[in-house]
Structures are given as structure tokens and as C-alpha cells.
Design a protein. Structure first.
Length: 345
């Protein structure tokens, strides 16, 4: 290992400080429609892009050049000047029409999450979420705050669907779930994970259990009636009963809540679960000594500013499952953003 003099600490600090600037460049290019405009593959000049998108020529040129530096755009110099086009990264992940588009989660982070993060210092001091400061609404009900308008709820659901379009299959294939044919996706929102599940396990049916207003939007915007393997159940799983099933999926659910709420929910799930059935937790797992991964540590901070919960280690999730009555517990790290923990009854 090199000495402290071998490390370029000033450069590291500069890179960390620039993280906010980097993300805002990407978010802005998405919001203005730069990547969608270039989707046809025809390179365009900065003047043409600015004119088409209703932006200033000087501002657009600087934005495009920053995207080139971030490898989100490529540029070629011609006699007519610089021409810009999408890279493979932006084509696959930043254009709205791509099946793996992350556009919606980008917009949710840019317009909602970042507003809460402005008050991270307050969150650290107070140990609670910052909806009241960010949006002037009560922070006692995190999801009431998150779903404070139909527009916000739609943005959140579309953002979560974006995530599962690239991560869903990894967590669903972490274990062989083919023996489970009757599955409930608790808090399944817009149905992207349910869609991945029935695609991977064609003999299964998935019921999305979510709040009535979420179910209504999911039916109207995200899940077509032709997708007959996906059905819906309206309710609040903390208050209402949970129907019997063979497998329950809780994807990014437990990290929203404190220990008592997690224990309460898992106990209800275990009671409803058929003998031999199970529960699949999909979460971003911290290392046992909480030394990483850095993405999960950042999610941990996000839970502070937005929810009542936290990210946990595999041992912490296993302990919650055991306390609820689940026996054999398996953990699979996918090497991607989210991991899987399976508990059997």
C-alpha cells in the first residue's frame, strides 16, 4: 500500500465536490430532451439543437461539451463545425423510448430528492426526514409526503419502474423462484418488477398489493389489461389484512421503515404465508461492518432525508426475518445495485 504522499487527495476532494455538478449536467440534458432529439442517430450542431429545444446557443454549447466530457455524447469536427451524437450509454439509458431508460428516475432525483438533500445537515442534526423544510408539508407520514400530489406519485412510480427495468431480473433470478406460482408483490407500485417476474417465471401470477390511489394509477398508466398474469389488491398492508400466498416480494420496502414497523409487517406476512412458502426481500445490502458499498451508504443517507428507515446488513435483515417466524434464510449478493434475501416458512 502506498504512502499518504502517493495519493492525490486534492484531486479526490475536487472530484467529490464536483459530484453535484456532474449529476445536474446529466439531469438537465435529460430534462431539456437532448438525448431524445439525437435518438435518430443523425449528428446535429449545437445551434440546431438549441433551436430545436428552445435554448440559448451559448448555454446549449456548454451543456453539450460537458456531456461530451462525461462520455454521454460524442462529438465530431467537420467543415461545418462540431456535430454531436448520442453515445451507447445515453442511447440505452437516457432516451425516454429505450426499454432500459432511466429518464424518470433521473427526473425524480433532480426535482424531488435533491430538494430534500439541501437539508441534509438538518437531517443529520435532527435524525429525521426533511419534507417539512423542502415542501412545507408534514413529515410524520413519509409516503403521504411522497405522494403529496398525483403528479408526484406518478413521477415516483415511473422512477421505480425505471430502476426495475435494469435491476429486476438480477434479484428475481438470485434464487430459483419457479416453485412459487402464487406471488404477492407488496408495495409493487407501477408493476415493473411484477412484469419481470412473470416473464422469468411464466407459470406464476403476481398480485400487486398497494394503496388504492397507487393501484388506480398503475392500471391507468403502467399495466395493461392484457397482462393477465398481473392482478391488483387495494389496501394498506400495515392496516389491512394480507391474503394467503406462496411467496411475498418486498422490494425496497423495509428500508423505508424503523425496526418496529418492519417487525409488524413481517409478522403479518409470515402469518399469511402458506407453509413451505416464503418472502423475498430486495434491498441494497450494507457490508457487515458497514464499510460499504458506497452506493448503499449514500442510499442510507437518502433514507435519512426521505423516510423513517435505513439500509441494513444481511445479518440485520436475517434477524428481522427470524423474529417474524421465518426459518431457513438465504442471502445472495448480485453484484449490482440490489441484493436478495429469501426467508422460508
Amino acid at each position: 500500500m502506498g504512502s499518504i504522499e502517493d495519493l492525490d487527495y486534492p484531486q479526490i476532494i475536487v472530484q467529490y465536490s464536483n459530484g453535484f455538478l456532474i449529476s445536474k449536467v446529466m439531469f438537465t440534458a435529460c430534462e431539456l430532451g437532448v438525448f431524445d432529439l439525437l435518438e435518430s442517430g443523425k449528428p446535429l450542431s449545437s445551434d440546431a439543437i438549441a433551436a430545436r429545444l428552445g435554448a440559448s446557443t451559448i448555454g446549449m454549447e456548454r451543456l453539450l461539451d460537458a456531456c461530451v466530457g462525461l462520455k454521454l455524447l460524442a462529438v465530431e469536427m467537420t467543415q461545418e463545425g462540431a456535430l454531436y451524437r448520442n453515445t451507447e450509454i445515453s442511447k440505452v439509458y437516457l432516451t425516454k423510448s429505450s426499454p432500459k431508460s432511466q429518464y424518470h428516475i433521473m427526473m425524480y432525483y433532480s426535482n424531488t430528492v435533491y430538494l430534500c438533500w439541501q437539508y441534509l445537515t438538518n437531517a443529520v442534526r435532527e435524525g429525521r426526514n426533511q419534507y417539512e423544510r423542502a415542501f412545507g408539508i408534514s413529515s410524520n407520514d413519509p409516503f403521504g409526503a411522497m405522494y403529496r400530489s398525483d403528479e408526484e406519485m406518478l413521477k415516483f412510480m415511473a422512477g421505480q419502474n425505471s430502476v426495475w427495468s435494469i435491476c429486476g431480473r438480477d434479484v428475481l433470478a438470485a434464487f430459483d423462484l419457479s416453485p412459487f406460482t402464487q406471488i404477492y408483490d407488496l408495495g409493487g407500485g407501477g408493476g415493473a418488477l411484477a412484469r419481470e417476474c412473470v416473464s422469468l417465471y411464466p407459470n406464476s401470477t403476481v398480485t400487486i398489493y398497494d394503496l388504492p390511489k397507487v393501484v388506480q394509477v398503475a392500471k391507468e398508466q403502467f399495466v395493461s389489461p392484457e397482462e393477465r398474469q398481473i392482478t391488483f389488491h387495494e389496501g394498506d398492508f400495515f392496516i389491512d389484512s394480507i391474503p394467503e400466498a406462496e411467496l411475498y416480494i418486498l422490494s425496497k420496502i423495509l428500508h423505508d421503515w424503523d425496526e418496529d414497523k418492519c417487525k409488524q409487517l413481517l409478522a403479518k406476512v409470515c402469518k399469511a404465508c402458506k407453509p413451505g412458502g416464503g418472502v423475498l426481500l430486495v434491498e441494497s445490502l450494507l457490508n457487515e461492518y458497514k464499510s460499504g458499498p458506497v452506493e448503499t451508504q449514500l442510499y442510507l443517507m437518502n433514507m435519512l432525508v426521505q423516510t423513517e428507515g435505513k439500509e441494513r446488513t444481511a445479518a440485520e435483515y436475517s434477524k428481522l426475518l427470524e423474529a417474524a417466524g421465518f426459518g431457513v434464510i438465504q442471502v445472495k449478493r448480485t453484484g449490482k445495485l440490489y441484493d436478495a434475501v429469501l426467508g422460508r416458512k
